[in-house]
Ligand binder design. Structure first.
Ligand SMILES: [Zn+2]
Length: 226
């Protein structure tokens, strides 16, 4: 199989809004899996006075469950049980209207560019009610959650979605990363064939580091006046 098909990647420079790297064959909407969770959370918040529940997970994709979760932990660990409960309390037409605010046509499927831009829009709305908790969950995902393989302070969300490649795998890993967390300059979406999102996220950091290492290198090599 073509290597390009195994790792798809899209990277946007947040200072210019320009696409700086694309390794993604033209494709229609793909299943987004758990990458829909932040937008579902936002839709829930709008309908529930911008507060989130605590929910006990006795078992979802994680056997034995995640225990009691608030929104931050639920996003960090990508608990399906938590978001199933939120979903049951958000009318379908409201969810549809909310994802459209973020430039998406459907809560569960999106074209890669649309999906990445939706996350950039979410970050730009950091000051809006409800959004801070969602972004905090994405930050904790990178610290202790499903995106900890990044090994960097960032905003991240991972997901595992049904494979759409010709040679079918059990699933494809997806990850969105906004980096660095202190002031994101880059946004990356990756999809890696046949691995979970928690592994796919490693492909994102390779791309992000290859940008920033250039800068670190040149500043450290700057000759010092004697
Ligand atoms: Zn769970």
């Amino acid at each position: 199989m073509n290597l390009l098909l195994l790792v798809s990647l899209l990277e946007i420079d947040l200072t210019t809004g320009q696409e700086v790297r694309r390794q993604w064959e033209p494709e229609k909407a793909i299943p987004v899996g758990s990458l829909s969770k932040p937008f579902l959370a936002f839709a829930y918040a709008q309908r529930h006075g911008f507060s989130f529940p605590k929910i006990r997970c006795h078992g979802c994709w994680k056997p034995g469950g995640h225990g009691e979760l608030d929104i931050v932990r639920a996003l960090a660990l990508s608990c399906n049980r938590y978001f199933d409960v939120l979903r049951s309390q958000v009318p379908e037409e409201h969810l549809q209207a909310v994802v459209q605010q973020f430039g998406l046509h459907h809560p569960e499927r999106a074209e890669p560019e649309q999906l990445l831009h939706a996350y950039i829009e979410l970050y730009r709305r950091a000051e809006e009610p409800g959004v801070a908790s969602i972004l905090q969950g994405m930050r904790q995902a990178a610290r202790y959650g499903t995106a900890q393989a990044l090994g960097e302070d960032a905003y991240a969300k991972t997901g595992t979605a049904p494979c759409t490649h010709q040679k079918r795998a059990p699933g494809d890993g997806l990850a969105v990363v906004l980096y660095p967390a202190s002031q994101p300059r880059r946004a990356v979406l990756v999809r890696v064939h046949g691995v979970p999102g928690s592994v796919a996220v490693r492909s994102a950091i390779k791309s992000l580091r290859s940008q920033s290492s250039t800068c670190r290198g040149c500043s450290s090599r700057t000759p010092q006046p004697k």
